[in-house]
Design a protein around this ligand. Sequence first.
Ligand code: 2P0
Length: 343
Amino acid sequence: MRATTARAYPNIALVKYWGKADEDLILPAAGSLSLTLDHFETTTTVVPAPDAEADVLELDGAVADGGQTSRISVFLDHVRALAGREDRVLVRSRNSVPTGAGLASSASGFAALATAAAAAFDLDLDARDLSRLARRGSGSACRSVAEGMAVWHAGDDASSFAESITAPDMRMIIVTVNRARKAVSSREAMRLTAATSPFYSGWVSSTEDYLTQMVAACAAEDFTRIGEITESHALRMHGLIQSTVPPIRFLNPTSHAIFDAVAEARESGIEAYSTADAGPNVAVIVRPHEAEALAGQLSAFGDVRVVGPGPGAHLLTDADEVPAAGDNAAAADSPVAGEGSRA
Ligand code: 2P0
């Protein structure tokens, strides 16, 4: 075993994942598609701790609580089983955004942890198997293993992984409405939706249909169709989530106002489309040359940040400025805290 460091970035889905076919293996009920970003990275170091009795997790320089530690320990048990080893480890994870109550994004967090842990335990995994491994930590993490636009295939344990596809260049404007951590986790909310919504089966079948159309639109570099599907699918997901019993609502009046402002921008000639995850913050896709102008308009609603397609999860070497123990890399002014709070 050896100490290793990896970096990964969050992703924002354009065709959303909401519901599981298997809770233990984290298999999705339908496929999804996302853009891995070039901002808001997580950097994670895994250090062998042969004499320790338990794994230790340090988040942004502070020892994490039992709940967070046990979630990564369950994941590391899977890595240990694959490696045929029992070593405990110290995990030091730093987010480039303040984490508040936990990992800023479970997607970047588990993609970085999977990449670092696989190398630390000398697992020889190809990109597909690394994505499958990250999936076991958090479903959306399998997409952050892949660069740029990535499809996560539904299927069984062997066939459910994410891989990059060709897509037109685009920018995403992240509009942060609220930095607070949401009251109900995505994991719990999607479980409640699947258990109680009368619309759930229609959601699953229509998501597969949209995914097929979206992959075709990406191949055709058809930004308009990509955008139409993105916005429609986001609104379907939030409609579905609101049909949970008792209801769950993630969008607030400002979120809706941003969807309206983006629709008005389209009327005035800037082609852009909105999406939102399990929270009130909104992400807007737009062609690269129109991103700054639209970001200026949307800054009336909250902090804005223009981001683009980013790299997949990767190992860092010393030459890449591996952070030292005790460094706190969290940037206090980042607008995206809460947006990526999926853990
Ligand atoms: C997505 N989300 O496709 C959707 C849209 C949130 C809204 O993937 O239980 O944290 O760890 O597999 O990956 C959030 O779900 O859930 C998510 P688990 P995860 O991005």
